[in-house]
Design a binder for this molecule. Structure first.
Ligand SMILES: NC(=O)c1ccc[n+]([C@@H]2O[C@H](COP(=O)([O-])OP(=O)(O)OC[C@H]3O[C@@H](n4cnc5c(N)ncnc54)[C@H](O)[C@@H]3O)[C@@H](O)[C@H]2O)c1
Ligand SMILES: [Zn+2]
Length: 334
């Protein structure tokens, strides 16, 4: 199936199809001499599948993990692209999770003032969420995503078969973003998690999540309003992520707990708690609550006095609220 995304920067297709990775070179339009980027946690079976379709291309493989999403790797990739004489008519093809996508996207956005970029996400988080929307970035000075650009891909190829090698913990963490998408925009998507065996509906879950994100991003590419809805659970979630040492909890796990912290509606909270338990995701953390509030206060997205948070009073209808620092404290039970 093809989902078309329309943005001011460019229109592009998301091709969601089992087996599409094995046909990538037939599907990717006019790549010139492509430059491939992946990490060493992406199983060789997938890397070779892509590489074998472009035998004359270099595949740059960096060490897996958030620690690689930094200026040093960014610079090394750009240097490798220069050494390969990558030109403005060539294409960066990213194969991997959100780390590869963010890093490769930022390289494509800035190399020679921007070249084409095709994303092939291989984790649940990247297939459900991070591969579309055009946010690319690296971390610097211990601050996540603080250097980056809005750079839309020219195509996104999603092959759910690649999830077969992903471990359960990563799989479930990514699904937290699908649960979020259901809660803010798509009651039917949330219902899949409540009523069905989600594993049998993984393709539908990816598709519905992408449609939620696509619609929101199309209306608000640069996050001046509606796009903030995608941050449901992320205000407390990001604080949990920073509170614990890097890598202790996955992003989706922190978002799961963050949704539970921020939700006020008792009925929805109870239903969400059951869904998260079914996905083996945390429903809360025993973090230092004062410290969590302090982290939220210092977050780059917070104004001086208020924080825009997302609330859900009816499943499928997220809305924005402006919370004072006092509201933030009350939210976490202080
Ligand atoms: N750009 C956006 O809009 C956006 C949105 C959300 C998150 N992100 C970013 O995404 C990143 C997290 O992405 P992630 O959760 O995909 O993590 P990740 O990219 O680190 O991937 C998780 C692990 O799975 C491995 N892996 C990848 N594909 C695999 C497969 N098919 N089988 C087995 N292992 C595989 C990776 O090598 C890695 O070790 C963070 O840096 C976050 O900031 C970006
Ligand atoms: Zn997220």
């Amino acid at each position: 199936m093809v989902i078309q995304v329309h943005t001011r920067q460019r229109d592009y297709d998301i091709i969601l199809e089992r087996g599409v990775l094995s046909r990538a070179s037939q599907v990717i339009a006019n790549p010139g001499h492509p430059f491939l980027i992946s990490d060493d946690g992406v199983p060789e079976v997938w890397r070779n599948m892509l590489k074998n379709q472009y035998p004359d291309s270099r595949m740059y493989v960096f060490r897996q993990g958030e620690g690689s999403k930094c200026m040093e790797t960014y610079q090394s990739i750009l240097a490798a692209m220069l050494a390969e004489h990558v030109s403005r008519n060539d294409t960066v093809i990213a194969l991997g999770g959100g780390v590869v996508g963010d890093l490769a996207g930022f390289c494509a956005a800035t190399y020679m003032r921007g070249i084409r970029y095709v994303n092939i996400p291989t984790t649940s988080l990247s297939q459900i969420d991070s591969s579309i929307g055009g946010k690319t970035a690296v971390d610097m000075c211990g601050i996540k995503n603080c250097v980056g650009a809005f750079w839309q891909p020219s195509q996104v190829l999603i092959d759910p078969d690649t999830l077969s090698t992903l471990d359960d913990r990563q799989l479930h963490a990514g699904l937290a973003e699908a649960v979020k998408a259901g809660l803010i925009r798509d009651p039917g998507l949330f219902r899949i998690f409540e009523q069905d065996d989600y594993l049998e509906h993984i393709d539908e879950i990816i598709e519905r999540s992408l449609i939620v994100k696509k619609q929101i991003v199309e209306n608000d590419e640069r996050e001046s309003g509606e796009r903030k809805l995608l941050n449901f659970g992320h205000t407390y979630g990001h604080a949990y992520e920073s509170f614990y040492e890097l890598g202790a909890y996955l992003h989706g796990e922190c978002v799961a707990a963050g949704m539970m912290t921020v939700l006020k509606n008792k009925d929805i909270k109870e239903r969400l708690g059951k869904v998260l338990a079914g996905l083996h995701l945390p429903v809360g953390f025993d973090a230092d609550r004062e410290k969590i509030c302090e982290l939220i206060r210092s977050d780059k997205k917070a104004d001086h006095d208020t924080v825009t948070i997302v609330q859900v009073d009816e499943i499928g209808r997220g809305h924005l609220e402006s919370w004072s620092q006092d509201d933030i404290r009350k939210g976490i039970g202080l």
